[in-house]
Design a protein around this ligand. Structure first.
Ligand code: C2E
Ligand code: CA
Ligand code: CA
Length: 652
């Protein structure tokens, strides 16, 4: 090709490359975008490639118009360096992009070695002429070590492709298409410069790949809400990761509008948007933009920074805003924010752990009832982990076994015999060992497994009764616990009737325990269930009496034959006179209402004697027996007598 045509062509190629770089830069600068590590490398890459195109034009012209050697060497050197640095930056970019992390130690070392080699060889070239020189016609001429640099460049590009290839499972199909296109562009561009020696396609090739990267890989929509330009949850996670990578300490607070769903019913979708926008505008005006995030589901995050107040300040500001400034047209409901604070100093875990942990209180709001500011910390994460493990253990036990029903004999004072027992569930997991029901029952309730668990217990009791004919062993009925969630099931009565029928169990052998809290709720579904089951002969007990909010009048409304006093009532009564008076009066009142009474937690003879003097009907507690497995319970019933030292409780 003619020299002057080549010269013009190179100028045109580089000018086109510069225009592309300008367009890409503008597309970023005109919009708000989240600065990830890969974004930062991308910007440097864009800049260095622009510089390489610009100096290429300059050197071409200077060589054409025979500028001085000093100028030629200066611009020629910086052009060569920029060109090779592009390869190093591509390598860094691929690593950071696919792994979403900083480079590993050995990779950093490779990058440093490559940079130093490029720099050293190029900078010394005006003297050594190893990489390049300008001949007597002032034309750029390759030196003997140029192939070494080209090999290093090839290495950097190959390493990038390899890193991506190894990590393709982390990428979306869309991203993979973008990357493959870029590999093809590079292959074509570089082959051109080999075929047409003297044609400077490099900058244009890289600019094209950057354009593809801009469109497919570095899309700001990943980190922004495109309608409001607010940073999203992904950006928030990225911020956490970056701060942790830099070993920085950081604090932030996440808050949400508590009664939002209630408010939404009044305002509809447009009102909902208005709330979000109003809040966003408030945060935007109050705090620096890099510190505020919208996490979706009406949750906002604000990081402390040099220009933002401390956590307490942010909370105070936000509360003030809701109390005084936040009014929606036509609505007079106070909005109550709920805050979760986080301090990295108190935390031990990964970025994912942090995110999971700060969002946890929002999904388990009942656990934090009564507080409007909660600190997310390692304890909370451990609690959440444990909850997950127990949840898993319950699921496993339901499928493959692991649950066992124990029976705690209940002593009847009048007959001086054990006439009933409470069925209490036990969970033994191969990994976690024995898990207490106080722990696993609430978890089963929370994750919607309690109905299945409850049916397991009910069915086990029916099977046990049928197999051992407990009525012939002096047992009148078995107490089975019902969770509040079960009581609210529309088909509870029919399910339990079916199970009893399939095991040929007379419903009078079953006494269901409902908690005082469940009884206090005037749920029609529950009342209907109780009525349906009472009709066929199932009895009911009111459990944990004295710990909830039920009133004495409620007792008369429900078909409850037995009331179980919580152990705390007995234990308090043993300690002070006024608590004893409460116990005495409660037992009297129950007698007046013609209810039978069970007292739980009877651990000592002294307790038993006190209760006998107060006229208690049934005794349940470790003094008589702990909850025991079915076969032990059968053995226990063979003698069916109290073996303790207190004669008053022995059969005469
Ligand atoms: P609960 O219904 O109040 O059961 C009585 C609890 O008191 C049992 O604890 C029993 O072992 C314990 N207890 C009995 N006597 C004494 C005593 O003298 N001293 C002491 N310190 N404790 C005594 P457990 O078996 O750990 O069960 C705890 C709770 O778990 C139960 O409280 C009940 O609410 C729930 N639960 C257990 N099994 C089931 C079940 O099958 N279904 C449902 N829904 N809940 C269950
Ligand atoms: Ca109970
Ligand atoms: Ca109880």
């Amino acid at each position: 090709m003619q020299q002057s045509v080549m010269y013009m062509l190179n100028i045109a190629l580089n000018a086109a490359s510069l225009s592309l770089i300008l367009i890409i830069s503008c597309s970023y600068l005109m919009r708000r975008c989240y600065r990830t590590l890969s974004y930062k490398v991308f910007m440097v890459l864009l800049l260095v490639n622009g510089y390489s195109a610009l100096t290429d034009i300059v050197v071409g012209m200077e060589s054409h118009y025979k500028a001085s050697y000093r100028v030629l060497y200066f611009h020629g050197g910086s052009n060569t360096l920029a060109r090779f640095m592009v390869a190093v930056l591509i390598m860094l970019y691929s690593i950071v992009y696919v792994r979403e992390r900083r480079a590993r130690k050995y990779e950093t070392a490779m990058l440093v070695v490559l940079t130093t080699a490029f720099f050293g060889l190029v900078v010394t070239s005006p003297i050594t002429h190893w990489v390049y020189s300008f001949n007597s016609d002032k034309e750029f001429t390759q030196g003997p070590l140029m192939p070494v640099l080209l090999l290093m460049e090839l290495f950097a590009i190959s390493y990038s492709i390899m890193t991506i290839a190894i990590n393709t499972r982390r990428l979306t199909r869309y991203q993979i298409v973008g990357i493959v296109s870029n590999v093809i562009i590079v292959a074509i561009g570089y082959s051109f410069s080999y075929i047409f020696a003297g044609l400077h396609t490099q900058s244009m090739t890289i600019s094209l790949t950057l354009l593809v990267a801009r469109l497919v890989l570095e899309s700001p929509s990943d980190f922004l809400f495109m309608n409001t330009y607010f940073y999203n949850d992904k950006a928030c996670q990225e911020t956490i990761r970056q701060k942790m990578d830099r070993k920085m300490n950081f604090k932030f607070v996440v808050f949400s509008v508590e009664n939002f769903n209630y408010v939404r019913q009044f305002l509809g979708a447009s009102g909902r948007r208005e709330i979000t926008t109003t809040l966003m505008n408030y945060l935007r005006s109050k705090y620096p933009r890099e510190t505020t995030y919208y996490l979706g589901e009406h949750r906002f995050a604000v990081f402390t920074s040099l220009h933002a107040p401390e956590i307490e300040g942010i909370i105070a500001d936000t509360e003030h805003f809701f109390e005084h400034d936040f009014r929606l047209p036509g609505m007079d409901i106070a909005m109550t924010p709920f805050f979760v604070t986080f301090n990295y100093e108190d935390f031990d875990g990964s970025p994912e752990d942090i995110f999971e942990c700060v969002l946890y209180p929002f999904s388990a709001r009942e656990e934090f009832a009564g507080s409007h500011v909660v600190a997310a910390n390692t304890e909370m994460m451990k609690h959440k982990r444990r909850e997950e493990e127990v949840r898993h253990a319950i699921r496993k036990a339901l499928k493959a076994g692991g649950f066992e029903v124990y029976y705690q004999p209940i002593f009847q004072g009048g007959e001086k015999r054990f006439v009933t027992a409470e069925a209490l569930l036990r969970l033994n997991d191969s990994k976690l060992g024995n898990i207490r029901p106080d722990e696993f029952i609430p978890i089963a309730e929370k994750f919607g497994m309690i109905v299945e668990v409850g049916e397991f217990v009910f069915e086990s009791v029916c099977r046990f009764w049928n197999a051992n004919k407990l009525e012939t062993r002096g047992i009148q009925f078995i107490e089975v616990n019902l969770s509040m969630v079960q009581c609210m099931q529309e088909n509870l009565a029919s399910r339990l009737r079916t199970i009893m029928a399939s095991h040929d169990i007379n419903p009078k052998y079953i006494n269901l325990e409902i908690t005082e809290t469940a009884a206090a709720m005037k749920e029609t579904v529950m009342i209907q269930n109780m009525k349906d089951l009472s009709c066929v002969g199932v009895g009911f007990s009111l459990d944990d009496y004295g710990t909830g909010f039920s009133t004495a009048s409620r007792l008369t409304e429900l078909p409850v034959g037995i009331v179980k006093l919580d152990k705390s009532i007995l234990w308090d009564a043993m300690k002070n006179e006024s608590a004893l008076a409460i116990l005495r009066n409660t037992i009297h009142m129950l007698k007046d209402l013609e209810k039978l009474c069970v007292v739980e937690g009877v651990e000592t003879s002294e307790m038993a004697v006190t209760l006998r003097n107060l006229g208690c009907d049934y005794y349940q507690g470790y003094l008589f027996s702990k909850p025991i497995p079915g076969d032990e319970f059968l053995k226990f019933l063979q003698n069916n007598e109290f073996t303790g030292t207190d004669k008053a409780f022995r059969v005469a």
